[in-house]
Design a protein around this ligand. Structure first.
Ligand code: FAD
Length: 332
């Protein structure tokens, strides 16, 4: 039986967020050649997004475009999403496990009285069908979940930076033989009587790279000792084209903005390389970064718990070690 996979695209400004292409990779792993792959983009100014979705194998790109979608708003976006799902009746709906996906996906699952599997980091298949692996207990354990037969559609959110971003150069959607390029369909914007409207959004990002999508993160803790102490970390991040993050200790001390906080009550990140500089490695911090591919810890205390999760540890003063690393990486 063929099935429809719907990816809910996510925008940053006029461009698609990388997690949209990571969701397409998840679809690539699950779909077969007679399935249908569709994408919904909600926003204002979707031309660039539509262009980057002209991928063989995607049957339709649905565009819900309206000035009211310029900024993310639960009520407005959900009304567009609901109209799309009711019209297309997909069997599988995928979101990024981002602020938007974490908001919309459960609203949709509750509305449709169906099941949701959140924060998926990998997908496997055996004789019982697909199984979805996800971290639990702040990354200290993993569980594997399956949908039951009563659950339709399947609602899935995928953790950013865990699936490779799909491109036609690095993969082929199973449906590419039947669909050479997507048809673009404008969806009429439903006009809900919104109870609140977003007037303005002030974004705080670490440089120009979003922490959630950064491949390299240089994070500082209370060990940086002052706001100025972040300067060497910023320089290392700049050389490595990475983003700067922080522990809550550094945020609470006023050394940096809370937008940089990584951990249980901050952002969850899974970069390829995570530098922990002057961070002790409290469990609440590990909850946000322990899934990083390579962890490099720099700490003056050889007993600091961060060394237990680090792949590489440097016992030393970050104010000496970080500038040395910057100098060496600059030579490469
Ligand atoms: P510290 O624990 O003070 O560690 C500083 C480290 O710097 C030390 O290991 C020290 O040896 C080292 N150091 C000092 N000087 C230097 C130097 N010159 N060179 C190298 N190393 C040096 N924390 C988070 O990070 N994120 C969260 O989301 C979060 N959520 C929380 C939620 C709850 C409910 C609670 C109770 C706590 C939460 N915390 C969170 C706080 C957490 O428990 C820790 O207090 C915090 O992570 C400590 O930050 P830190 O490692 O920067 O500071």
């Amino acid at each position: 039986m063929s099935c429809t996979y719907a990816v809910i695209a996510e925008m940053r400004g006029n461009q698609l967020r990388q997690v949209t292409f990571e969701a397409l990779d998840a679809v690539q792993q699950m779909a077969s050649s007679d399935d249908r792959i569709i994408v919904l983009a909600i926003g204002y100014g979707l031309q660039e997004a539509v262009l980057s979705l002209s991928i063989p194998g995607i049957a339709h790109v649905y565009c819900a475009e309206d000035e009211r979608y310029k900024y993310y708003d639960s009520e407005a976006y959900f009304s567009a999403l609901r109209a799309f799902v009711e019209q297309e009746s997909p069997e599988v709906v995928l979101f990024g496990h981002t602020a938007m996906g974490r908001d919309l996906a459960p609203m949709l699952a509750a509305h449709l009285r169906t099941g949701q599997i959140s924060d998926v980091i990998s997908i496997s298949q055996d004789t019982d069908g697909f199984a979805f692996r996800r971290p639990v207990y702040a990354g200290k354990a993993f569980e594997t979940r399956r949908f039951t037969t009563q659950s339709n559609p399947w609602i899935i959110t995928i953790r950013p930076n865990n699936f490779p971003a799909f491109t036609p150069e690095n993969g082929t959607l199973p449906t590419h033989a039947t669909v050479s390029s997507p048809a673009v369909v404008a969806l009429p914007a439903p006009a809900p009587s919104l109870r609140t409207v977003v007037r303005d959004v002030v974004t705080k990002m670490s440089g120009s790279i979003d922490l959630a999508e950064a491949k390299i993160i240089v994070s500082g803790g209370r060990g940086v000792k002052s706001a100025g102490g972040f300067k060497p970390l910023e320089q290392l991040a700049l050389v490595l084209n990475g983003a700067v993050g922080a522990s809550r200790g550094a945020c609470d001390a006023g050394y940096c903005d809370y937008a940089l906080q990584i951990g249980q009550t901050g952002k969850v990140v899974t970069p390829e390389i995570y530098f922990a500089c002057g961070i002790s490695g409290a469990i609440q911090h590990l909850a946000g970064m322990s899934q990083s591919r390579v962890i490099i810890a720099i700490n003056i205390d050889p007993e600091a718990p961060i060394f237990q999760v680090a792949d590489y540890g440097i016992v030393g003063d970050l104010f000496e070690v970080v500038p040395l690393l910057t100098t060496e990486f600059r030579k490469m």
